[in-house]
Design a protein around this ligand. Structure first.
Ligand code: ZN
Length: 257
């Protein structure tokens, strides 16, 4: 290659390199500083936490046992058992009318539930609704006797539909009460649900922290037939959400709905 051409090429290369160097650098990327200028900064959602911590363990006999026994949101059903030895430590006698006399364990509830039930009954009375309580706290041993009696009377399959096996009754939590009225002669019957008392109870229980625990049409979730008389204390927030969305306690606790 002639020397002159080589020099020319070198000059060309040099010029093009300088040209490249003189190009302006890209402008800095502007990072939006907030929402004040109308720019919406997408905030990534944190991962959803598990709906509930695991509140069960496997007992010695292979049964699923609940560990949060003292929680007002404890979930007890045909798949989740209370230990036979569990007795709530804050049981108090509920000051509401009972259709019987004396001092019996079934007149007791845990303190928070008892006070809330008293408020519920007072509100009912002001609305001209006459409610009676019939069955609150029940020990493991009493439930054992009730279930055995129901099996003897109607067979195990029938007994299983309406009465709980020992360890699987909400009454052992001290957070549930069976409610009735003179209009159904103080019985625990489905027709209570369509009496003015039953309707009032269903519509107002949540305002005092209670839910009708075994609603109509939810037997496949709760494991129990419709029981318009059985109310369970869960606190006002949970009760209001469960009521307004038509949920069961199972939905609320297990699926976080
Ligand atoms: Zn009950």
């Amino acid at each position: 290659m002639p020397r002159r051409i080589t020099v020319l090429l070198l000059i060309l290369l040099l010029v093009s390199a300088l040209g490249a160097c003189s190009l302006k650098p890209d402008p800095p990327v502007e990072v939006p500083s907030g929402n004040g200028d109308g720019v919406v900064v997408p905030v990534p959602k944190p991962p959803k936490p598990p709906t509930t911590p695991d509140t069960t363990y496997i007992g010695e006999d292979g049964k699923v046992m609940v560990s949060d026994v003292d929680s007002i949101l404890v979930l007890v059903n045909k798949r989740r058992n209370l230990p036979p030895t569990y007795v709530p430590q804050d049981l108090v006698r509920v000051a509401v009318p009972f259709p019987f006399e004396g001092d019996q364990p079934r007149m007791y509830l845990r303190q928070e539930a008892a006070r809330a039930l008293e408020e519920l009954f007072a509100a009912a009375l002001s609305a001209g609704i006459e409610l009676y309580a019939t069955s609150g706290y029940r020990s493991y041993e009493t439930q054992q006797a009730i279930f055995a009696a129901n099996v003897a009377k109607a067979g195990e399959e029938e007994a299983n539909k309406t009465s709980a096996r020992p360890g699987q009754s909400e009454h052992q939590t001290g957070l549930a009460m069976d409610v009735t009225s003179p209009s159904v002669r103080y019985r625990l019957v489905e027709s209570f649900g369509s009496t003015p008392e039953g309707v009032w109870l269903e519509e107002n229980a949540h305002l005092y922290g209670f839910i009708v625990r075994y609603p109509q049409g939810k037997e496949h979730i709760t494991g129990y037939s419709y029981e318009p008389w059985h109310v369970r204390f869960v606190g006002k927030d949970a009760a209001t959400l469960i009521f307004s969305r038509g949920l069961t306690l199972e939905d609320y606790i297990l699926y976080g709905n």
